[in-house]
Design a protein around this ligand. Structure first.
Ligand code: KIV
Ligand code: ZN
Length: 512
């Protein structure tokens, strides 16, 4: 818990419930994310991980919607998980039968209650809505199900009618009443008013199901809990219809760190679960997604990195370990000397002041030219600096290109590799390709190289323009390095840039 909050919270009027239930609907509302469809095996994998995380309830699907949904729910029921498994059902007998067929004991049933849903979707008047809801709850209870009743579009339903519906379904035996903000129109202050009113009028446990159309689902869910809501519907990565639902990881970590409320979940599993869900649904999180995004614990600016290196709490509200994530120091145009020094130390590279300054300047200039500097780039730059007094392993000793109409260009290249001269000729689609093919043949046995990126830029104008070539190469050991060269001859600039990156790769391989 953040230290200042302990004192502040003592003065805030809150009505926190004794127990907060986490109802995860990644496999139901989350699967309704446009473009997402999970197989039974994928649902099983996610259900197992949600169970290991420790959520109270897992909504496994909508059994009446397909045979596959019944099959997935059945298979998950067979896993004998600790979390309670839930199936969604409209207020229709056949939907409850499907939930029962899927071997589930808890149903989440719903019916639209707002005028929009009554008039345009269900074509039912208020009386019919009440009658249908009550018969649905009675049918489910008669069949031994625990019943959670959702008044779909509750937040756009007339308050007196919403209360009438809740009163009737509670009398019919509903175990939980759920308040869906179906199109995410609540704000924290509206949530406070609504949930407080429901809490003052009902003793049944209250659940909330808030959508994120205005980016407020987590804030609204938190407010509902402050006002006494007993249960939150959430999804991993905030998946769900349109812009999604309240994100599990955001809610759980806010409760834990800002309110000191530990729900007993193993939060160190959050990052890997988020990645699993991202991979299986194909919905990758943006880098700036709170808690689980790639940048959640990444730092670049000199001032921040300096603080982080002295005490990570300076620029991190919680530690990455709490959610199974990791800290990342990124090098770029905002990088300060401390970050570079710390990375060099991590990689056991010692530079004197002069060498360090050159490496630092090179990183800044790469950053200024819009390049992202990876750890491998830093190592390559530092090793090149360290080895600049030594001989470079591969040196060009000769080059001739022959080309003409209707013949493939041929390059003859002579290299000195570790002191031994070698020469070969090769053809290619153009002179640069021919020269690079010849180089590849000559270094075979010494190293293998893949050209990942090739950029050619004319620095000056005219036919004698200076050309700058920037390349990124990689080897089969997973190392990458950059290479750069400037010449009036494009072929020569290209060859020297590739050799520059090859030499760095060789030095990295030999230093490791
Ligand atoms: O958003 C919603 O209203 C729902 C219902 C099924 C509860 O998902
Ligand atoms: Zn929903």
């Amino acid at each position: 818990m953040f230290t200042n909050d302990i004192e502040i919270l003592k003065n805030v009027d809150m009505n926190l419930p004794d127990k907060i239930y986490i109802f995860d609907t990644t496999l139901r509302d989350g699967e309704q994310t446009p473009g997402v469809a999970l197989t039974t095996d994928e649902k099983i994998q996610i259900a197992q991980k949600l169970n290991n995380l420790g959520v109270d309830k897992i909504e496994v699907g909508f059994p009446a919607s397909s045979h596959g949904e019944i099959e997935s729910a059945k298979r998950i029921s067979e896993m004998d998980l600790d979390s309670t498994l839930v199936g969604l059902a409209r207020s229709l007998e056949k939907d409850f039968d499907a939930v029962l067929d899927a071997d589930l004991e808890y149903v989440h049933t719903f019916i639209g209650t707002s005028q929009l849903h009554r008039d345009y979707k269900l074509k039912m008047d208020k009386e019919k809505i009440i009658e249908t809801s009550v018969s649905a709850v009675e049918y489910a209870k008669d069949h031994g199900l625990t019943v959670e009743f959702s008044a779909e579009d509750a937040t756009r339903t007339e308050r007196d009618f919403l209360f009438e519906v809740f009163t009737e379904v509670v009398s019919a035996g509903a175990d939980f009443i759920d308040v869906p903000d179906t199109v995410g129109i609540l704000t924290p202050v509206l949530t406070r008013e609504l949930i407080t009113d429901i809490k003052n009028n009902f003793t049944a446990p209250i659940s909330v199901h808030f959508h994120n159309d205005f980016g407020l689902a987590t804030a609204n869910t938190l407010t509902a809990i402050e006002c006494g809501a007993n249960q939150a519907h959430v999804t991993i990565n905030g998946l769900g219809e349109r812009t999604g639902n309240c994100s599990l990881e955001e809610l759980v970590m806010t409760l834990k760190s800002a309110y000191g409320i530990d729900l007993g979940l193993d939060t160190t599993r959050l990052y890997s679960l988020s990645n699993l869900v991202g991979r299986l649904t194909g919905i990758k999180m943006p880098v700036n997604k709170p808690i689980v995004g790639d940048n959640a614990f990444a730092h670049e600016s000199g001032i921040h990195v300096h603080g982080i290196l002295n005490n990570s709490s300076t620029y991190e509200p919680i530690s990455p370990e709490m959610v199974g994530h990791s800290r990342r120091i990124v090098l770029g145009k905002h990088t300060g000397a401390n970050a570079v020094k710390s990375k060099l130390k991590e990689n056991h590279i010692d530079l004197n002041d002069d060498q360090f300054q050159k490496v630092f300047d090179e990183i800044k200039s790469l950053g200024d030219s819009g390049k992202c500097v990876t750890d491998d780039d830093l190592i390559a730059i530092a090793i090149t600096e360290l080895s600049s007094a030594r001989e470079t392993p591969i040196v060009i000793k000769g080059l001739s290109i022959s080309m003409g109409a209707n013949v493939s260009p041929t390059a003859t290249v002579k290299l000195e590799i570790d002191g031994e001269e070698k020469e070969t000729a090769s053809t290619g689609v153009g002179p640069i390709d021919a020269a690079l093919n010849a180089i590849r043949q000559l270094v075979q046995g010494t190293m293998d190289i893949e050209l990942e990126e090739y950029n050619l830029e004319a620095i000056t104008g005219g036919t004698d323009a200076l050309a700058e070539v920037f390349v990124i190469s990689s080897d089969s050991h997973g190392n990458t390095s950059t290479g750069r060269s400037t010449s009036q001859d494009i072929v020569m600039a290209s060859i020297l840039a590739v050799l520059d990156s090859m030499n760095k790769l060789l030095l990295i391989q030999r230093a490791k």
